[in-house]
Design a protein around this ligand. Structure first.
Ligand SMILES: C[C@](O)(C(=O)O)[C@H](CC(=O)O)C(=O)O
Length: 287
């Protein structure tokens, strides 16, 4: 089965729901659940690979490597979190080129200062609008195909207020970016204001962080506001940690996995998920 490019898919106005992924296995499981696109979450790479918070510790190389492993294994379009571009306009160009080579369908660049922090943490700062416009122009010039979409994110709501953030988004749109992300909108009214201003002109992304600043709504409700992309980026890691807490506590207590068996896959079932039978058959062709 071939998937439409994200660009083609976004031309339809019904919302694209993209779960957070952070490695090839989570991407594979998400693909099998039936999603149309995936969101490679910088926060989730920090959580899972570093056991750390989303405060700008992850590097370009770590994200590019993770992306390449994901796109080797799944065919869904991947929206990739490039944080601040990992530096200035020239770093952003290297980031866009590298992520494009690694198979990104959309690259997200935000206007925070470096080191950035999760959009739902307090104490953020943003670079001047002019500097971000330069980065976005650099990103657009760096891509080799217009099918590699550039998503501009502003974190200015928390720093400069809603109106200033929407004005920034306007300036970013004027650069020719393909989609907008106004981070950490605080109420349904703010979500409506963003959608009223941009919803008819460009795909607008809604970011659902459980316990974060934006009220959580389901994808249908977000579509009614006027959003065209919904991401649930960190929910995956939070669900995995919850499962691991229960699993490890059970194994520690019972000294065997038996009481947990109904909540886990067995050897065969995991092999089926990761495609072991196909892989073995493929190998046999060359014996
Ligand atoms: C979208 C985001 O940039 C991410 O890294 O996934 C984060 C989400 C999170 O921290 O859960 C964000 O800054 O909103």
């Amino acid at each position: 089965m071939t998937n439409p490019s994200l660009k083609t898919r976004l031309a339809r106005h019904d919302i694209v729901l993209a779960p957070g992924v952070y490695d090839a296995l989570s991407a594979l499981v998400a693909e099998r659940a039936g999603f149309e696109a995936l969101y490679l979450s910088g926060a989730s790479i920090a959580y899972t690979r570093l056991g750390r918070s989303d405060v700008g510790l992850t590097t370009y190389t770590e994200v590019a490597d993770t992306l390449a492993r994901i796109t080797e294994r799944v065919s869904l379009p991947v929206i990739v979190d490039a944080d601040t571009g990992f530096g200035n306009a020239l770093n952003t160009q290297r980031t866009v080129r590298g992520f494009e080579r690694a198979g990104a369908a959309m690259v997200q660049i935000e206007d925070q200062t470096f080191p950035k922090r999760c959009g739902h943490l307090d104490g953020k700062a943003v670079v001047p609008e002019r500097e971000m416009v330069g980065k976005l122009k650099a990103a657009l010039d760096a891509r080799t195909s217009s099918d590699t979409l550039i998503l501009a994110r502003t974190d200015a709501v928390a720093v400069e207020g809603l109106e200033a953030a929407l004005d920034r988004a306007e300036a970013y749109l004027a650069c020719g970016v393909d989609a907008l992300f106004v981070e950490a909108l605080r109420s349904p009214e703010q979500m409506d204001a963003a959608c009223r201003r941009f919803g008819d002109r460009v795909p607008l992304l809604a970011n659902m962080v459980e316990g974060g600043k934006t009220p959580i709504q389901d994808a249908d409700a977000l579509q009614k506001h006027g959003f065209r992309i919904a991401i649930f980026p960190g929910g995956t890691a939070r669900a995995v940690v919850h499962t691991l807490q229960g699993y490890y506590a059970s194994l520690h207590q019972h000294r065997t996995t038996q009481p947990w068996r109904s909540q886990m896959l067995d050897f065969e079932e995991l092999n089926e998920v990761i495609g072991t039978p196909d892989l073995i058959r493929n190998g046999q062709k060359y014996e």
